[in-house]
Design a protein around this ligand. Structure first.
Ligand SMILES: [Fe+2]
Ligand SMILES: [Fe+2]
Length: 196
């Protein structure tokens, strides 16, 4: 099933960026070393836009609605996951605000930024776990081959030029993050001590 594989792949990409962001937010606690804010901005843009514009809409429209139609007992689970999509968008606004304060007030704001990163990462990991451990096994049980054909077609970006373009944009952004973020997260330059 193409759709299930794609959702899992997208969860891996989001997780990779979240892990990297957590690591860099911890590194950014050293007030003597100026963080590379361009990398932090690119990461937050990714975890904001990728789930928001590509990942969650596909889950909502194609997967959740069909699972709900075939399995009325899934109604509460689907409602909770949809509510989390809305809540996630709000939490990411907090994260963006924390980054703006941190960048403008550096070295002040580092702790608040780390707290916002941890809160968002924890929230999103719980959400993805619920989808993978509860929603997907149910989908595999109740959906028919016709359901899967329709869902797989919707998830196949080659059939959807707009989604295809968006997907390529996010791949480019992911590459940019890898090139900007310092080791061990990426291949970018190490953050230096101020004045060094
Ligand atoms: Fe989701
Ligand atoms: Fe998801």
């Amino acid at each position: 099933m193409l759709a299930i594989q794609k959702i899992r792949d997208e969860h891996r990409s989001i997780s990779a960026v979240l892990h990297g962001l957590k690591q860099l937010a911890r590194d950014a606690q050293d007030a003597r070393v100026k963080p590379g804010f361009e990398a932090l901005r690119a990461m937050i843009r990714y975890i904001d836009e990728y789930p928001e514009r590509l990942h969650h809409p596909k889950e909502d429209e194609h997967l959740f609605s069909r699972v709900e139609a075939r399995a009325p007992q899934a109604r509460a689970l689907v409602a909770a996951l949809k509510a989390e999509h809305v809540e996630g968008a709000r939490l990411v606004r907090d994260l963006e605000r924390a980054l703006v304060f941190f960048e403008e007030g550096w070295p002040a704001g580092a702790r608040e930024f780390l707290a916002a990163v941890d809160a968002y990462a924890e929230f999103h990991w719980q959400h993805m776990r619920k989808e993978e451990n509860e929603l997907m096994p149910l989908a595999e049980k109740v959906l028919t081959p016709e359901d899967w054909r329709a869902i797989d077609t919707a998830f196949d970006v080659n059939q959807d030029p707009i989604a295809g373009i968006r997907e390529r944009d996010f791949e480019a952004l992911f590459t940019k993050i890898v090139n900007l973020a310092p080791a061990p997260v990426g291949f970018g330059e190490r953050w230096r001590k101020a004045g060094a």
